[in-house]
Design a protein around this ligand. Structure first.
Ligand code: 5CU
Length: 398
């Protein structure tokens, strides 16, 4: 691990908190194993672990593998799609080992993408209840070390979604909800989603917003298969987050629900970098002017970023992290790992992960003072997410 990372992670009198750390509990893995379309889990001859196949960008390879199996494709055996489903995804013991290896005191667990987005309306409520109970149970086994963001049954009728929010609000160690960008199917600027945002805000549950869908496959061009997962993960995910939050901003969601607090994955995609351009495009838009939306009461994207948005620090470089700090302030940034994604490829997965040390080193390098770096590594998360064991009703996220 880089020296700078060790320096930050090793300061034991300060808490290190990981706000971006996923699991697929065993029940969820069983659902994926039963599926024939993405997301799914499938075994392939020659692959030691079952493969987890999640993304639209992985479908062409999945289709090639299926054609090769049927003997329809006479070309050389295609690459195996997806990523290995190792113990890191479902084992709590493995999560704790990972935390101990990296000096992480507290993890705020969340179900990984695509959550319950594919579950049918009739069963989504029950599946959400059962998955959230599994997370609450895992956390109860390690009080003071584990908290979680709950999952909502967004494909279910609105009444079920609202009942689920009430339910998770009462679950011990639930500190927010994780959401993707599809909302009720029309995205996060859908007026029909406003009651959901209002309900989570009233329940003092911050939304951890995480991408899954990326951009359409044709954006990646005909040579996409040559580039592995790089384009959809490095560019598709961050652009998806950027677009989703900008649509919310333009639709006035943050004004309509001023108590809404959102923690954006991957330091907000490209929002900190593009906020100035978004502002300029708004200011120069004749349609918005004619609609009377450029008056003096208008809130800027900078204002929303520094009052209703938190960013994780999962951006792997001080260059991006400095933009995040500048956009929201050092008191609104929180360290994360994205475990169990991005394991080391050339070393033992039980040892230190470079993806973690890169993020920790970026915090040391980008934050001006040790106090700010400590805040990003843990104190901000403790304050904002109220990570005080036995203190379930502390003040709302600032
Ligand atoms: O590697 C990937 O596909 C992913 C993913 O799906 N979700 C995530 O949070 N990180 C990486």
């Amino acid at each position: 691990m880089a020296q700078a990372a060790q320096a930050v992670l090793g300061t034991k009198e300060k808490k290190v908190v990981d706000v971006h750390t996923h699991m697929y509990p065993p029940e969820y893995v069983r659902i994926l194993e039963s599926r024939t379309t993405i997301p799914l889990v499938r075994s392939f001859p020659g692959a030691p672990d079952p493969r987890l196949i999640l993304l639209q960008a992985e479908v062409p390879l999945l289709d090639s593998a299926a054609a090769a199996k049927l003997g329809q494709d006479t070309a050389a055996a295609p690459a195996i799609p997806g990523r290995p489903l190792t113990r890191h995804y479902a084992s709590l013991e493995q999560k704790l080992h990972f935390m101990d290896t990296h000096g992480i005191d507290i993890s705020v667990l969340s179900l990984a993408n695509p959550w319950l987005d594919f579950v049918d309306a009739a069963s989504a409520g029950d599946v959400a209840q059962s998955i959230n109970a599994e997370f609450a149970h895992m956390c109860s086994q390690h009080p003071g070390r584990l908290y979680f963001f709950a999952t909502l049954p967004l494909t279910a009728p609105l009444a079920t979604v609202l009942a689920s929010i009430k339910h998770v609000q009462a679950l011990p160690r639930c500190r927010g909800v994780i959401l993707g960008t599809s909302g009720l199917g029309q995205g996060l600027d859908d007026p029909a989603l406003l009651p959901v945002f209002a309900a989570v805000a009233a329940a003092r549950l911050p939304v951890f917003l995480h991408p899954h869908y990326g951009l359409p496959n044709d954006v990646w061009g005909p040579r996409a298969a040559e580039y592995g997962h790089v384009l959809p993960l490095a560019l598709g995910f961050p652009m998806e987050t950027t677009i989703a939050v900008t649509r919310m901003f333009l639709a006035g969601v943050f004004d309509a629900v001023p108590a809404l607090r959102m923690l954006l994955a991957h330091s907000g995609g490209t929002l900190p970098f593009l906020a100035g351009r978004i502002e300029s495009c708004v200011l120069h838009d004749g349609h918005l002017l004619r609609e009377g939306r450029l008056g003096p009461a208008r809130r800027t994207v900078w204002d929303v970023l520094s009052t209703q948005i938190y960013l994780d620090a999962v951006v792997y470089s001080p260059v991006g992290l400095r933009a995040a700090v500048d956009a929201t302030g050092a008191d609104r940034l929180m360290f994360g790992t994205d475990h169990p994604f991005f394991p080391p490829l050339a070393s033992d997965e039980q040892g230190p992960w470079e993806s973690v040390s890169l993020n920790a080193a970026a915090v040391s390098a980008a934050l001006a003072s040790a106090a700010d770096a400590d805040a990003v590594m843990g104190a901000n998360a403790v304050r904002v997410l109220r990570l005080y064991e036995g203190d379930e009703v502390d003040e709302v996220a600032a």
